[in-house]
Write a protein that binds this ligand. Structure first.
Ligand SMILES: N[C@@H](CCC(=O)N[C@@H](CS)C(=O)NCC(=O)O)C(=O)O
Length: 222
C-alpha cells in the first residue's frame, strides 16, 4: 500500500492506522502548495481535487476520503482490531461510521478547516467558531468514564486525535474541555501515534524552514 500524505494534515490519521495495523506501506509526500509529490508526480493526476489522503493499493487502485480509507485499513487488517467488524455487530459498525462522519463534517470541515484556511473570510471563521463549544461539549460528555470513542481504540480515535492536533494553532483551547484534553494526551501516548506524529512533525518543520524560516524557528521552540 502507498499513502499520499501532507505532513500533519488529516492523512496523519491514515498513517497512524497503518502503523497500528502493522501494514507494509510506503509514504509519498504531497506539497500542499505546488501539488507536486516527493516522487515528482503531479498530484492532480492522482487526486482530481488535490486532497490528501489517497491510499493506493497493490493493484494500483486508489481510495480517497479519510473515513473510507480508515475503514478499509481496519477491515484489511482485522487482527489489529481497529474497528468493530463482526457482521452481527450492526450497531457497533454504525457507531464507528457515526464518529467518522461527525469528525469529518462537524470538526474537520465544519470547525477546523475555516479556522486554518488563509482564504476563509472573518465571517466564515466566526461562523465556524460559533460551532466550537457545542461540538466539543458533546465530546466532553461522551468521554465521561470512557477511554476511547468506542469501547476500544479504533480508527475513529486516530482521526479525532489528528483534527484535535490543529487546536494548537486555532482559537480552540483544549484545556477548556479537560476530558477531551486528557483523551488527546492518551491517544498521543500510543507508540504508533508517537512515531507517526514525530515523523510528520519533522517533515512539517522542514517544509516550514524552506518557506518561512522565522515561523519554523517558533515551531521548533513550541
Ligand atoms: N473529504 C476529504 C477532505 C480531505 C482534506 O481536506 N484534505 C486536506 C488536508 S487535511 C488537503 O489535502 N488540503 C489541501 C488543499 O485544500 O489544497 C477527506 O475526508 O479525506
Amino acid at each position: 500500500m502507498k499513502l499520499y500524505f501532507s505532513p500533519l494534515a488529516c492523512s496523519l490519521a491514515s498513517r497512524i492506522a497503518l502503523y497500528e495495523a502493522g501494514a507494509n506501506a510506503t509514504f509519498v509526500e504531497v506539497d500542499p502548495k505546488t501539488k507536486k509529490t516527493s516522487d515528482d508526480q503531479d498530484f492532480h493526476e492522482i487526486a482530481p481535487l488535490g486532497l490528501v489522503p489517497v491510499l493506493e493499493l497493490s493493484d494500483g487502485q486508489r481510495l480517497t476520503e479519510n473515513g473510507a480509507i480508515l475503514q478499509y485499513i481496519a477491515e484489511a487488517f482485522p487482527e489489529a482490531a481497529l474497528a468493530p467488524l463482526a457482521p452481527s455487530d450492526t450497531l457497533g459498525r454504525a457507531r464507528l461510521r457515526q464518529w467518522l462522519s461527525f469528525i469529518g463534517t462537524e470538526l474537520h470541515k465544519g470547525l477546523f478547516m475555516p479556522l486554518l484556511s488563509k482564504d476563509a473570510s472573518d465571517g466564515a471563521k466566526s461562523f465556524a467558531l460559533s460551532k466550537r463549544d457545542s461540538r466539543l461539549d458533546l465530546l466532553e460528555r461522551h468521554l465521561e468514564g470512557r477511554e476511547w470513542l468506542l469501547d476500544s481504540f479504533s480508527v475513529a480515535d486516530a482521526y479525532l486525535y489528528t483534527v484535535l492536533n490543529w487546536a494548537m494553532v486555532t482559537p480552540v483551547k483544549l484545556s477548556q474541555w479537560p476530558r477531551l484534553d486528557a483523551y488527546h494526551a492518551r491517544v498521543a501516548a500510543r507508540p504508533s501515534v508517537k512515531r507517526a506524529f514525530s515523523e510528520e512533525r519533522f517533515l512539517y518543520g522542514k517544509e516550514l524552514l524552506l518557506r518561512a524560516p522565522r515561523a519554523a524557528l517558533a515551531f521548533v521552540r513550541a
